[in-house]
Design a protein around this ligand. Structure first.
Ligand code: HEM
Length: 375
């Protein structure tokens, strides 16, 4: 039904026109979904285990997101969700799991379990599957990089064995670059903008409005930020972002992130060791590897902002009227504000030469100056 509606919207001259189009299909989505919601609500939160509860949260969350996408609800017009039963179900299950009461990236990406090849998606459009699959590959690769860098916490940054971990992180980050490139080349701009992205809008559950999901709602990227030292939990800008995303992550990810927030970063460790040991082989080798990992990680952040966000959000948004721009971002703030926030993250991750943010530019420059023979 979502696919049918998307094809109707997409065939219009004004593809952003949703209200008044396909009303009978919208009513079927609402009413058929409502039957499932009532049955699940009557069954209660049965404690069937994490996987089952997480699956229900994803399904009811996707139902509410679809109703939002088709304008059967809109937080700007309402003070509470017009779907109290679906809200109750989402709130009950979400609170018991320790997650936001809506669908999040895990439901469509890393924990979207295929059953005989079928997985959760809003539509059966090829561009949606491409988006979900390449996102998931990127996320899995960032998680692999984070796993590798986390292992250095136990080995110590002066260990000769750290080379294995740095090597694995480099391979994983090279994969992120590759998957981002593929997404850039193959995803249809118009289809993504008009038929996929609108399911990621903020909406109300009960009284409160919850921001949309985005591919960043997993801990791996922040583990890399913190363990490498490019972002710091003591930076109020960055820690606010961590607090805001906590409930959008799986509980296991929340735990990993909390753990990282208590660690000393590799950059800080290397800088502390530098005055005494900078000429040793281990310092030279591990610092060189560390800087290579930071380069690749920074390149992936720049690629996200300068290529993906620009091509698939900023450029198509520029063709829309002011009144239609509302609600095109997943997190809710106006587009220029969102773009500035993403730019700040890019500049932190690339350790850019900016004095107005907590960039590690001077520290990375110092380490670079100590390392001989860098490619
Ligand atoms: C077509 C491709 C993509 C587009 C257009 C896109 C766009 C965006 C936008 C606009 C946001 C801000 C959230 C919001 O709307 O409120 C965001 C956040 C984020 N995205 Fe993407 N994204 C894409 C693919 C990816 C991929 C493949 C990854 C990595 C696996 C990724 C990682 C992130 C992360 C980590 C964040 C959170 C902010 C941050 O920590 O940088 N995105 N993305």
């Amino acid at each position: 039904m979502n696919t049918e509606l998307e094809n109707l919207y997409f065939s219009q001259e004004d593809r952003s026109q949703v209200i008044g189009v396909g009303d009978s299909i919208k009513a079927r989505i609402r009413d058929e979904g409502h039957v499932h919601v009532l049955a699940l609500l009557a069954e209660g939160n049965t404690g069937d285990g994490f996987d089952s509860a997480f699956g229900v949260l994803g399904s009811v969350g996707m139902y509410l997101a679809a109703l939002r996408r088709h304008e059967l609800t809109n937080p700007a017009r309402e003070e509470r969700s017009p779907f109290p039963e679906a809200s109750s179900l989402a709130l009950h299950v979400g609170a018991s799991l320790g997650m936001a009461p809506r669908f999040s990236t895990g439901h469509l990406a890393t924990h979207n379990r295929a059953v005989a090849g079928i997985r959760k998606s809003f539509t059966s459009l090829a561009d949606e599957f491409l988006f979900i699959d390449e996102n998931t590959r990127g996320i899995l690769s960032l998680q692999r990089a984070a796993d590798a860098i986390s292992s250095i916490v136990n080995l110590g940054v002066s260990s000769p064995v750290a080379d294995v971990a740095f090597g694995a992180a480099k391979y994983a980050l090279a994969d992120v670059l590759r998957f981002n490139d593929r997404l850039f080349d193959n995803l249809g701009v118009q289809r993504f903008f008009y038929s996929v992205r609108p399911y990621y809008k903020p909406h109300r559950v009960g009284r409160q409005e919850y921001r949309g999901a985005n591919a960043g709602d997993f801990s791996g990227i922040n583990e890399l930020d913190l363990l490498l030292g490019l972002c710091r939990a003591s930076d109020p800008y960055y820690s606010q972002l961590l607090v805001d995303k906590m409930l959008f992550m799986l509980p296991a990810d929340q735990q990993r992130l909390r753990d990282c927030m208590t660690r000393t970063s590799l950059l800080d460790e290397l800088l502390q060791l530098a005055p005494e040991f900078s000429s040793t082989d281990w310092f030279q080798n591990n610092s060189r590897d560390f800087l290579d990992v930071c380069d690749l990680f920074g390149r992936s952040a720049a690629q996200h902002h300068d290529r993906l966000v620009k091509r698939f959000i900023e450029m198509p948004a520029a063709t829309l009227d002011e009144n239609k721009l509302q609600g095109i971002t997943a997190s809710g703030p106006p587009l220029p504000v969102l773009l500035r926030a993403l730019e700040t993250l890019r500049d932190l991750r690339t350790a850019a030469d900016r004095r107005d943010i907590a960039s590690r530019y001077p520290d990375i420059a110092k380490l670079k100056s100590l390392v001989r023979n860098r490619r």
